[in-house]
Design a protein around this ligand. Structure first.
Ligand code: GH3
Ligand code: MG
Ligand code: MG
Ligand code: MG
Length: 300
């Protein structure tokens, strides 16, 4: 949801046009401006505005090129673009819409029409985000679900390969959880899943990390841009934090509290394409080893 004012990036090489649009929209939105195509790309990538109003004729690259570049970038492809231009040829409009713009609006324009078109797009952004959130959140724990993890994991793998960075995966499984359910009941088990999920989210504090419910009583943490050492440190912190929650578990063979076992893997950092499934499988094998070697432990 957009809690504050939505941000709109206005791209136009004429100060007068920016002024007119600013006057029309600044009461309801936070307005950013760019006066060239390259500046538009820089500002869009840095600030991720909620909507872009894009001129076509610019001093460097055309608005069409800006649109193409933004739509080809996973970081910006979701941002809706409305062309606002004096180009009134059908082929320019067609090209703009084919490149993925949501609307095409001709200058000079009637201010209330611009305002209503912008408002409709921002309403759509808000609704889409609400739906995405529902589709990505696990109903029981409120953290990301498997679908969201799969998507983020794919993006993170691409990013890591392109930028020669490594990512870490932590697969986390609650120890003796079947016994917990058998002894305390499924409803209490659900509460434990919630508590553990929230603790994991608190533990992996960096905003770029993703904590998700991987399935049943298994969780996954995705650390972008992290070395093997950093991954192991986070894993140890998380293991300790869960143990420190001291949730009673009479049937656990470890100090009668809820604990977790963790498998950790790290991707290569040399930009070589790695097998995404293989990385997950290796984390799973490490987790299996952690279970075999007594639980409440980490294997990397
Ligand atoms: P281990 O230490 O080897 O991991 O043993 P475990 O008992 O935790 O592992 P196992 O895979 O045998 O059991 C997992 C249990 O997790 C079984 C299942 O009932 C429970 N579980 C899975 N999803 C949920 C859920 O949504 N709520 C509750 N309460 N329990 C769940
Ligand atoms: Mg222009
Ligand atoms: Mg399990
Ligand atoms: Mg388990």
């Amino acid at each position: 949801m957009i809690e504050e004012k939505a941000t709109i990036l206005v791209v136009d090489d004429e100060a007068m046009n920016i002024q007119i649009i600013n006057n029309a929209l600044s009461k309801d939105y936070h307005i950013l401006a760019a006066i060239s195509g390259e500046e538009a790309l820089r500002v869009a990538r840095r600030t991720k505005p909620d909507l872009i109003l894009l001129d076509i004729v610019l001093p460097d690259i055309s608005g069409h090129e800006v649109c193409r570049a933004l739509k080809n970038d996973i970081e910006t492809k979701h941002i809706p673009i409305i062309f606002v231009t004096s180009q009134n040829r059908t082929e320019d409009e067609l090209k703009g819409l084919e490149l993925g713009a949501v609307d095409y609006f001709r200058k000079p324009f009637v201010v209330p029409l611009l305002q209503v078109r912008v408002r409709n797009q921002i309403d759509l952004v808000v609704k889409t985000r609400a739906l995405e959130k529902m589709a990505w959140v696990d109903g029981l724990t409120g953290i990301s679900n498997r679908r969201h993890f799969d998507k983020k994991y794919e993006d993170a793998c691409k990013y890591a390969q392109r930028n020669k960075r490594s990512i870490c995966l932590l697969l986390i499984d609650i120890d003796y959880f079947k016994q917990y359910n058998d002894h305390y009941g499924h409803a209490k088990g659900d509460l434990v899943l919630r508590e553990v999920a929230h603790e994991l989210e608190a533990g992996a504090a960096r905003p770029l990390d993703l904590v998700a419910r991987y399935g049943g009583e298994e969780f996954v943490i995705l650390l972008t841009d992290s070395s093997e050492t950093e991954g192991a440190l986070v894993a140890e912190k998380v293991r300790e934090q869960i143990e420190m929650l001291a949730i009673p578990h009479e049937k656990s063979l470890i100090h009668q509290v809820v604990t977790v076992s963790i498998g950790v893997t790290t991707s290569p950092a040399d930009g070589v394409k790695f097998d995404h499934d293989m990385l997950l499988n290796t984390a799973d094998e490490c987790l299996y080893e952690a279970k075999a070697s007594g639980r409440n432990t980490i294997v990397s």
